[in-house]
Design a protein around this ligand. Structure first.
Ligand code: ZN
Length: 417
């Protein structure tokens, strides 16, 4: 079968699907229309579909004789960002944020491309059943941006109901690469994450009488700088890790020493040992910085892990990476298959790999999402194309979708041939 011709035959219609999804983005947990669109598209391919599974998730099962099971996952949610791309299919959807302010909704992380790739793979695979044997699970996953969707689908019994996959595939767009190319690598490709709330306590009082107080602002400042030495002095420089204090709140007036400061931190890591080390080191640092300032035991800082946003690193298994790389080289050309760099952002795709009792081979590859013209222009100007989560992020539909569908479908075909 001629994969390139099959993808080309679907391309124009897939671009239409993409533009519809792009113009109608839905926030995490609200993906009702996207769910319906994906489910209808899969059903039109003759695939057995379950709707609204684990929130607005979609599960399509395509069975075609004896063989392994491959899961293809596309995430579905958009972001509270007002689109500024200026394209004629731009989103004008608005919503109200948690503070009551009106804000736009935008597919600024390319999940509309991921959904389109899922539909494209379903169309091609359902039309060439003579070229493969086995089972494909098509999973439209909601609520990726808040780290909740994969967890919820798995908790609902995704694999118990539809079968454990032997292989798990996903792609994410990446604007740092031209749209005709992909990158992939073995090992960690996206960081694991946990987030912390640190409540720094002291004894409040008059700003002019500090010796009768315990100043939590000074303590918080010490903790912020000391936490940075965990990465620079305790973690192997060759092991990627990040600690960022993203918010710090406390105090009301210049002459009042407050009783409490609240800080929030995000932590990124690539393996469980580093994760455990950082968590222990944060607790130790907070405790001993407080003790060094004479804070009593009953007022030591409280460190809380936000379990809703805790995910392991996304790990690619080399056996499956080899298959994806081969499939890509055959179908988009060796020169268009590059070695990926690990990203310190996080993904809940990581949860599927470890959800079974036996190993599920897993691979996320990255699909380039910047046109060649814009790529060269930004290179000349020593600038960078708009990043993911930017209001101007605008993948060129044709080459991006073509590349994503071709490599995704080619990889499934290689596993199931
Ligand atoms: Zn994303």
């Amino acid at each position: 079968m001629d994969l390139k011709a099959q993808v080309l035959a679907e391309l124009e219609d897939l671009i239409g699907v993409y533009k519809k999804l792009h113009a109608n983005p839905e926030l995490s947990g609200q993906e009702a229309e996207s769910c319906k669109l994906i489910a209808d598209e899969l059903e039109a391919c003759g695939i057995a579909v379950t709707r609204n599974f684990g929130g607005h998730g979609v599960v399509g099962v395509l069975e075609n004789g004896d063989g392994p099971t491959v899961m293809v996952r596309g995430d579905m949610d958009a972001l509270p960002i007002t689109e500024e791309t200026g394209v004629d299919y731009a989103s004008s959807v608005k919503t109200t944020d948690s503070s009551g302010n009106e804000v736009g909704v935008m597919h600024a992380c390319g999940h509309d491309i991921h959904m389109t790739a899922l539909v494209g793979a379903a169309r091609v695979l359902s039309k060439c059943k003579g070229s493969w044997k086995g089972k494909v699970l098509f999973v439209g996953q909601p609520a990726e941006e808040v780290g909740a969707g994969a967890k919820r689908m798995l908790a609902q019994g995704l694999f118990e109901k539809f079968g454990y996959p032997d292989y798990c595939l996903a792609t994410h767009v990446i604007p740092q690469i031209e749209a005709s190319r992909i990158t992939v690598k073995s090992g960690p490709v996206m960081a694991g994450i946990f987030q912390l709330k640190i409540t720094v306590r002291g004894v409040g009082g008059h700003g002019a009488i500090p010796h009768e107080c315990k100043d939590p602002i000074v303590l918080a400042a010490r903790i912020v700088t000391s936490l940075q030495t965990i990465i620079s002095r305790e973690i192997n420089p060759l092991t990627p890790a990040v600690i960022t204090i993203g918010s710090i709140h406390g105090g009301t007036r210049a002459n009042i020493i407050p009783a409490e400061i609240v800080m929030e931190a995000t932590v990124r890591f690539s393996d469980p040992d580093t994760e455990n080390h950082i968590l222990e080191a944060v607790e130790r640092t907070c405790r001993f910085e407080a003790l060094s300032m004479g804070i009593p035991e009953n007022l030591l800082p409280v460190v809380e892990v936000d379990e809703t946003m805790r995910l392991p690193a996304t790990i690619n298994d080399s056996d499956l990476v080899d298959i994806v790389r081969e499939a890509a080289e055959e179908n988009i050309g060796t020169e268009n298959v590059l070695e990926a760099e690990m990203l310190m952002v996080s993904e809940d795709f990581s949860l599927f790999r470890t959800a079974g009792s036996k190993k599920i081979y897993s691979c996320m590859f990255f699909t380039g999402a910047t046109s060649a013209k814009e790529f060269n222009l930004s290179r000349e100007q020593k600038s960078k194309p708009p990043s993911l989560h930017n209001s101007r992020f605008c993948p060129p539909p044709e080459p991006t979708i073509k590349t994503a569908v071709t490599v995704m479908t080619g990889s499934v075909l290689k596993i199931l041939r």
